[in-house]
Design a protein around this ligand. Sequence first.
Ligand code: SF4
Length: 332
Amino acid sequence: MSESQQLWAHATPGSVVKLHVVSLSGGKDSTATALMAIELHGREACRFVFADTGNEHEATYAYALEYLPQALDITVDVVKADFSEEFATKRANLARIAAGEPESAVYGKRKFQYAWTPTAAAHALGLLHPTGNPFLDLCMLKGGFPSRRRQFCTEHLKRNPLTEFQLGLVEMGHQVESWQGVRADESEARRWLPQYELLGGGMAIYRPILRWNVGDVFEAHRAAGILPNPLYRQGMSRVGCMPCINCGKAELTAIARRFPEHIERIGEWERLVQSVCRPESPATFFHSQKNGAAGVTAAVQWARTSRGGRQFSLLTDLDEPTACSSAYGLCE
Ligand code: SF4
């Protein structure tokens, strides 16, 4: 009996149907994971789900939602974060400040000064409406973009909607084994992950390709006759968001050259997010340590300098590419 079978045998009644749920990102690792799930358990025992961040490349949507379903004869469910309630709460708070609520409040022995002036709150209130794009809506609510040090995007845009999807399956009476396409050699955070984790409540995590290397992953595609996401042939080392906040110089340069429309879109998002965040909090996709040459346009220029170039050295968040620091394996 395998490790996972032993764990489940102790945890669950025999009649419950176990589902192997693969979170597809459109990247090579999750595709290899899906191939293994189908090979070992068959399509009927598997579910495939894609978390739409709203910041994906069109080729990734086409690959995950059209090519893979057709090539693998599977259905891919799509989950998408919805922040309508959070918008309503934030708008109500801004409305109170705009209406002239006292500019400070006392809680216990401490006095808090509101960061918003009534004028700034009224201005933001006029612009703060959900767009339906999860990534943009999240940044508008947070008053800024995620960064390597504050990577809230994975949690809100991928982990939470995917967990909700899996809990829904548990409520329907299934055991859920969440298949994560992570490799130990991707990052320090992933190096010491266990291959199998029983979470309780009818849920477990399985990481079938934890000890694979990148060559094994592409070999799995070749052996199954499945093409990798075409973005890998176009200079992309990762195909998560376009761009991902974790991308490095070479990748950002390739994105700017091949897909300038995505850089322009991020520039528009920066203007929109800036317009609804506190005036003293500059909102830029790539952060800087000081209020200077930050933002996606400056980052693209910096990425074209050689390593160590002084001109944009303030952009310390954007250095050589790293794997996503998340241990969930939801972002490539
Ligand atoms: S870590 Fe990168 S790929 Fe993942 S949600 Fe954030 S920006 Fe997107």
